[in-house]
Design a protein around this ligand. Structure first.
Ligand SMILES: Cc1cc2nc3c(=O)[nH]c(=O)nc-3n(C[C@H](O)[C@H](O)[C@H](O)COP(=O)(O)OP(=O)(O)OC[C@H]3O[C@@H](n4cnc5c(N)ncnc54)[C@H](O)[C@@H]3O)c2cc1C
Length: 387
């Protein structure tokens, strides 16, 4: 996949937006532990950035996934992982299933205002007792007349203190854990919803993350996305866009980190010569740059498959796994070459070190990706190699 002039133009628009509307404020937002999502999303909505590959019928631009990927990569120009992650939740984590399987009425009510940036969305899969083991979530949406009555908790919810609605995975039936769940759009101003705690984090500090509690929360059954009992399957599909967003939005940030390391080590003299002139240093940076390019190729291949309507689970899992590991290697190596300055909060690498650590955990930990890849290789009993 090669970007055209239209893709590059889109990326220039995104970079200009980040340079004027995000990066000048990011240090203050990091200190505040939150960024003003409604304000930022409204501006992005006006530029059409929150519905690039969503249907024009609901206010999107109706472009293919390659443009969404170009947008995602350009979000890596932000000087923090927090805003790209929150935008990713809005466009590629909380809304793909709604866009794909939701009724027109539901898409008018929740998708259209999210594309405009009027609504902030969040995705509610994880719970205090179940993160990796998604099928084991405990929250229940019980049928009562024309409504569901929801009881339970959702944990580590990005945008959780300011979101207007949640795309929630909940148990709506009994029996087989894979066929008894549904995805439901839950407005978070509804009676019985409470933010129990805003969570204090190692990184992604400008993003608000919350523990939410649902106590007899009543929503109409028409807020369910698609068929009852299909929620687990819908979420597994939706996870693929989430995982690709998570790694693709880091590509530019990794490259910028390498560039910053080159600049610093070129001017920092140790034992009479620049740190960069040590072969071990510039060889390592060359190797890291090569690995970023390899990761980009893998992501682009997954994107090609997605545009052909094929299942991208294997490639998205490989990209998520290798991207998380590469970010850790890159953050650790580059920070080391900054020496003491790398350990200082005033140096951007320290934020990259903290923020990028999430890639190997959020949206499915490395071990979950390895399990999926092993299943595709036919390693477990009852599985066979998928070619
Ligand atoms: C900043 C942040 C933002 C987040 N945002 C959201 C959000 O918006 N919405 C949402 O739903 N969730 C969100 N999450 C939750 C995230 O997706 C989970 O943390 C993640 O899926 C891991 O689940 P867990 O934390 O419960 O880890 P656990 O399931 O408790 O696993 C702990 C560790 O055990 C290991 N492990 C797990 N399974 C295996 C295995 N089979 N073999 C070997 N080792 C294994 C892994 O190393 C794993 O990290 C967020 C998390 C963070 C930190």
């Amino acid at each position: 996949m090669i970007y055209t002039e239209q893709h590059l133009e889109l990326q220039r628009t995104v970079k200009k937006f980040i340079d004027t509307e995000i990066n000048p404020h990011i240090d203050a937002w990091e200190r505040d532990g939150i960024f003003p999502a409604h304000e930022v999303f409204r501006k992005m909505g006006k530029l059409g950035l929150l519905g690039i590959n969503k249907s024009e019928a609901f206010g999107g631009l109706g472009l293919d996934y390659s443009y969404q990927l170009a947008f995602c990569e350009a979000m890596g120009e932000a000087d923090s992982g927090s805003v790209p992650m929150a935008v990713g939740v809005q466009v590629d984590m909380a809304t793909p299933a709604l866009a794909r399987f939701g009724s027109d009425e539901l898409r008018r009510e929740f998708l259209a205002p999210s594309i405009q940036g009027e609504y902030v969305a969040c995705i509610g899969v994880s719970e205090p007792g179940a993160g990796s083991d998604v099928a084991n979530i405990k929250i229940r949406a019980r049928r009562d007349g024309a409504d569901y009555v929801i009881n339970g908790s959702k944990m580590w919810i990005t945008n959780g203190t300011q979101a207007d609605w949640m795309c929630m995975l909940a148990n709506t039936g009994e029996g087989d854990i894979h066929t008894s769940k549904s995805l439901i759009c839950v407005p978070l101003k509804t009676k019985g919803v409470s933010v129990e705690r805003k969570l204090d984090k190692l990184g992604m500090r400008a993003s608000d993350t919350a523990l939410l509690h649902f106590d007899d929360v009543r929503v109409p059954q028409r807020y369910r996305i698609g068929e009852e009992g299909r929620g687990f399957v819908y979420q597994m599909v939706q996870f693929q866009e989430e995982r690709l967003w998570g790694v693709a939005s880091t590509l530019r940030w990794m490259e910028k980190t390498i560039d910053q390391t080159i600049d610093y080590t070129r001017q920092r003299t140790v034992f009479g010569k620049p740190v960069l002139e040590n072969q071990v240093v510039h060889f390592k940076l060359a190797e890291l740059n090569t690995k970023v390019e390899l990761l980009r190729s893998l992501i682009y291949r997954a994107a090609e498959l997605m545009m052909r309507g094929e299942d991208v689970t294997l490639l998205a899992s490989m990209a998520k796994l290798s991207g998380g590991r590469l970010a850790r290697e890159l953050a650790d190596s580059c920070l080391q070459y900054f020496g003491g300055m790398g350990f200082m909060n005033e140096t951007p690498i320290s934020r990259f070190f903290r923020d990028s650590r999430l890639i190997s955990i959020g949206g499915g930990a490395d071990e979950i990706m390895l399990g999926i890849i092993a299943k595709h290789m036919g390693i477990f009993p009852g599985t066979r190699r998928k070619d």
